[in-house]
Design a protein around this ligand. Structure first.
Ligand SMILES: [Zn+2]
Ligand SMILES: [Zn+2]
Length: 143
């Protein structure tokens, strides 16, 4: 289920409107922990994104396929996507209205720190399970 919602970074330089999936993902990987300053990254899948101030979004290429962006002005965590693709996930904390959101998926659970409780009822995936999915995806992108 998705709903049209708005969001913005801390300073407001970057704002957006998008169809936001209410079931969100918690990524516990060590990159997301550092990127968010504690993690996990609570990521909301988005479609039909309209962004204002995209020139303030600074991309960081953290791997051969992924791209993370922060606001150049305030440093807010903004989005995660595959390089060359549309923005796939926005940080859930940017949303003006977070009502109805629920963690439905936890990934990289083998990196979840001991002090962080699991989300009951969420699908759980380890790094190995995700690597297998990613490999299949990258293979499917080759023509
Ligand atoms: Zn900002
Ligand atoms: Zn992550």
């Amino acid at each position: 289920m998705s709903e049209r919602r708005t969001g913005k970074c801390l300073c407001g330089a970057v704002s957006f409107e998008a169809d936001v999936e209410l079931g969100i993902q918690a990524c516990h990987c060590s990159q997301c922990q550092r990127w968010t300053g504690g993690g996990p990254l609570f990521a909301a899948r988005v479609r039909n994104m309209e962004m204002d101030g995209a020139e303030f979004a600074e991309a960081y290429l953290h791997s051969e396929w992924g791209e993370r962006a922060v606001c150049k002005t305030c440093g807010s965590t903004l989005y995660w996507k595959m390089q060359g693709k549309n923005i796939a996930f926005m940080a859930a904390g940017l949303l003006d209205d977070q009502s109805g959101l629920k963690v439905t998926e936890e990934i990289f659970i083998d990196y979840r720190p001991d002090w962080m409780p699991a989300f009951e009822g969420a699908n759980q995936s380890t790094e190995a399970e995700l690597q297998a999915k990613l490999a299949a995806y990258l293979e499917s992108q080759k023509s």
